[in-house]
Design a protein around this ligand. Sequence first.
Ligand SMILES: [Fe+2]
Length: 174
Amino acid sequence: MNAEGTVRSIFVTGLKNAHAIENHALSIIKPQVSRIENYPEDATRLDQHIHKTETQIARLNQLLSDFAEDRSALKDVALSLTSATAATGQTVAADEILKYSFANFAFEQVEIAASRSLLTVAEQGGFSASSTALRANLDEKEKDGRLDRTTPVGCYLEVPLAEICRRNCKGLTE
Ligand SMILES: [Fe+2]
């Protein structure tokens, strides 16, 4: 394989990995929505993130199509990951919202790392037509998963985790 083919192969593999990561994220977040219905603001934010993730997956699907990749194999990866995180149907204690926030925040960082590396490989390979979609995905992720150093534990989905902590403490003392 020549150098051009090697970069293309690395890029396509990166797209497939990013696709699997996004589907894994959905399998983590979707069960949370039904479990936190007592916290409608958080449920709404998670719902919005699910829609955003689906848009990001659609962009990756388009890029895979552009590179003539068969997406039928990707479904298997997604399905095998979702079975590990089935919803229990129980509602959650207040502190579980925090645990979800930590896990979601951490996972968003994995997505950011994957998106940044894809953009770099796209630049190396001269796949400039792919960069716009990858940049759109990365911009959304960096906004949702930014580490805001003015708050003690960062920020997830544009809400400082400190605010969630305070709200939960308030709920426990009322
Ligand atoms: Fe995400």
